[in-house]
Design a protein around this ligand. Structure first.
Ligand code: PMP
Length: 462
């Protein structure tokens, strides 16, 4: 119905056409925090985003029904809501949702919050939560030009990545990725017959000279230049590497020079062990070419399935349109519960929770380093990770660790990830293995590494 047409085009919020209620135009962006520095709202991002948006994504239109949900946020409470096709929460069997925290405190959802948790939400997510997350981004990353950016809630970082890839990829496009890599990201590109351009990692992550070489060569040979670079900058999966700020600045410079979008997949950001917080790509983005994917999976609960994207409004709007017709939105219950917890804790409570989680993994890593130093000396090589939950080991004298992992280690009841499964080109044999020190007990860490050492010796003797 024309009355509910909130957007004149699928791209940007426009004037409200024939809105039945004298309501303000819905803002698309988050309730942005007060600009802190270097904010010049008159300077737009000048990138031509149509270059990055594929045909399917550019054809997406706003779902009229979903746009009403946006409208609902703006109407006065006494408005009679005849136009809303949602079930009545009074028919739902929940009176109160109460959650006990490990500290013994209780979080209770009642009244309006309970209704919000049980009801449909706008596709961008639960506004009060987005507001808190915008403040969190401001505190940790201080993005420039907030008024050109937005936040959208996703079911984990994975959904955000998936929506971004589906927005941008055309068949046979190429993408730059670290090697080894989180193969959950590679799998998103596979259906597009993408050309994965692997960039070797050293102890500090992707080697920038390699990226530069690849791009320069492709330019010289008139080969297509990739549109995207995928990075997993902090305590990466599986290599455990963290990109230093200097490398990030170089990568950002190359992204500007060759017109690439940066997919900053950073679910381990709050698990780094450094004194200073890593400087993110988002924080250095002046041109609007960074899509940052955050996640609560590693710090709150992976089962809640809550993550969020921070990025240029134009791109987020495209992904929102996709969200409107796919899952509609991230779980309301998860979002409201998280909002309630974050507002209960306040900023300082959240930071101390981050510290608690970090210390947990640091202690595990310390045990792991003791165990590998004791048992694997001369059998394997590794770099000590400075965050996260992964240790990436190269077995000395072995070309392919597949049999070691799938036969010998399993016989000894140790489960490891073989390197080939985590390489950008999984067809190649790999002498690497990934050890996750997240869930093994301290006793299991020592025993497991001793057994691994036995398995390696047996394999080498064969
Ligand atoms: N990116 C990386 C690098 C990961 O390791 C993972 C989870 N293993 C994800 C994304 C997906 O995380 P989420 O649970 O937030 O979807």
């Amino acid at each position: 119905m024309a009355q509910y047409q909130l957007y004149s085009s699928a791209n940007e919020p426009a004037t409200v056409a024939h809105c039945p209620i004298d309501c303000p135009i819905p803002e698309y962006g988050p309730e942005a925090p007060q600009p802190s520095h270097n904010q010049n709202s008159d300077i737009p991002f000048t990138i031509d985003y149509s270059y990055f948006i594929n045909d399917i994504s550019s054809k997406r239109q706003p779902s009229q029904l979903r746009e009403i949900t946006r409208l609902l946020e703006k109407i006065p409470p006494n408005c009679i809501k005849f136009g809303v096709g949602v079930p009545n929460v009074l028919t739902f069997p929940f009176k109160k949702i109460s959650v006990e925290l490990i500290t013994g405190e209780n979080i209770k959802l009642r009244g309006q919050e309970l209704s919000d948790a049980l009801q449909y939400l706008p596709s961008v997510g639960y506004r009060p939560l987005i507001k808190i997350l915008a403040e969190l981004q401001e505190r940790f990353h201080g993005p420039q030009y907030w008024n050109k950016r937005s936040i959208m809630m996703t079911s984990g970082a994975q959904e955000g990545l998936s929506k971004a890839v589906d927005m941008c990829m055309r068949c046979n496009d190429s993408v730059i990725m670290p090697d080894p890599v989180y193969t959950g990201a590679v799998d998103l590109f596979t259906p597009y017959d993408a050309e994965i351009i692997p960039i070797v990692q050293d102890s500090c992550g992707m080697v920038v000279e390699e990226i530069e070489k690849v791009l320069a060569e492709r330019k010289k040979k008139l080969l297509p230049i990739p549109k995207m670079i995928y990075v997993n900058p902090t305590a990466s999966n599986p290599a455990g590497t963290t990109l230093p700020t200097r490398r990030k600045r170089e990568i950002y410079r190359l992204a500007c020079e060759y017109n690439l979008l940066i997919l900053e997949d950073d679910p381990y950001y709050y698990l780094h062990f450094e004194k200073e917080n890593p400087v993110s790509f988002l924080s250095m983005d002046t041109e609007g070419r960074v899509l940052r994917f955050d996640s609560f999976s590693k710090i709150m609960s992976s089962g809640l399935r809550v993550g969020f994207i921070t990025g240029p409004m134009t791109l987020l709007r495209r992904m929102e349109l996709h969200m409107q017709t796919s899952s509609m939105h991230t779980s309301s219950l998860s979002q409201v519960l998280l909002y309630k917890l974050l507002s209960h804790w306040g900023k300082d409570g959240l930071i101390s929770h981050f510290m608690h989680v970090k210390n947990f993994y640091k202690q595990k890593l310390d045990y792991m380093m003791c165990a590998v130093n004791k048992h694997l000396h001369g059998l394997a090589e590794w770099y000590e990770p400075n965050g996260g939950m992964f240790l990436w080991l190269k077995i000395i004298g072995l070309n392919d660790a597949k049999k070691l992992v799938t036969d010998r280690c399993l016989d000894k009841l140790i489960v490891l990830a073989p390197g080939y499964a985590l390489s950008a080109n999984s067809k190649n044999p790999s002498p690497y293995i990934r050890i996750s020190y997240s869930i093994a007990s301290l006793e299991e860490v020592d025993r497991g590494i001793l057994l691994l050492a036995e398995a390696i010796r047996e394999e080498l003797l064969e």
